[in-house]
Design a protein around this ligand. Structure first.
Ligand code: PRT
Ligand code: ZN
Length: 222
């Protein structure tokens, strides 16, 4: 697939929790989103803008490398990417007010929580090893981080780990698994990011106009 060089590119999540809200935001900013011939690329009819629809984990890479000028991503994904990869990172332009959640440490509900120091020498399961390791390092806690890519909340029951570090929104998943949140590692929501140092000259004006409109939409939503 070739992407014309003269069009501004925005990366959004293709499927998942942020996908629909990301497109709605574009529409509310006055962009006419047209489904393309393929699922990967949508075109904006009334502006020279393409919307690339990809896995959320890949959005940071596309924006960091300047393949896309802008992106919509959970702050949690951005921070994990930054913790794992050296080099330029996408810049946060603004918080978008949806996709709110928090990365939390959770432990078995029946145990009394003695504070973060109690994690020393313990195993913690997470899909966010980079963010968790920095949080532990800042507190001089040496714990074993076990990386899992799904069903993190069952790790304590399976004796894979003593505690977990996972995203929480309502708390229902923790409760259903006999866990309770004990520490907050990162508060997160969807953010608009841009390529390091901003978009290239040719895209600057359009990126600024769009950013101003998005700021208006987000402010109006309070
Ligand atoms: O396919 P792709 O890789 O693009 O998507 P994904 O499966 O990696 O991500 P997706 O769609 O699940 O989530 C996208 C983003 O939504 C996340 O990166 C967060 O920024 C944001 N978000 C907001 C959440 C939640 N709320 C959330 N509750 N992401 C995940 N969860 C999960 C959490 O991991 C846990 O399993 O929901 C469960 C907990 O929810 P509660 O309500 O029971 O607390
Ligand atoms: Zn993902």
């Amino acid at each position: 697939m070739s992407v014309p060089e003269n069009r501004l590119r925005i990366a959004v999540q293709k499927n998942g929790r942020l996908a629909e809200r990301s497109l709605d935001l574009m529409r509310e900013a006055g962009l006419r989103v047209m489904k393309g011939a393929n699922d990967l690329l949508y075109r904006i009819e009334n502006h020279p803008i393409d919307v690339l629809r990809v896995r959320d984990d890949d959005i940071t890479t596309f924006v960091a490398d300047g393949v896309c000028d802008l992106g919509v991503i959970g702050l949690n994904v951005l921070e994990e990417h930054a913790a794992r990869r050296n080099g330029p990172r996408p810049e946060v332009v603004m918080r978008l007010g949806f996709g709110r959640c928090a990365l939390k440490i959770a432990a078995p509900a029946e145990a009394t929580w003695q504070g973060p120091e109690a994690l020393a020498g313990r195993r913690i399961a997470t899909s966010y090893p980079g963010v968790l390791q920095s949080w532990l390092r800042e507190r001089n806690i040496e714990a074993e981080v076990v990386e899992l890519h799904g069903a993190v909340e069952v790790a304590p029951r399976l004796k894979v780990a003593h505690a977990i570090c996972d995203l929480v929104s309502t708390g229902a998943t923790l409760e259903a698994n006999g866990l309770k949140a004990v520490e907050t590692v990162l508060e997160s929501e969807a953010v608009l990011v841009r390529a390091p140092g901003g978009p290239p000259e040719a895209h600057q004006h359009l990126a600024d106009v769009l950013t101003d409109r998005l700021r208006g939409v987000v402010a109006a939503q309070g």
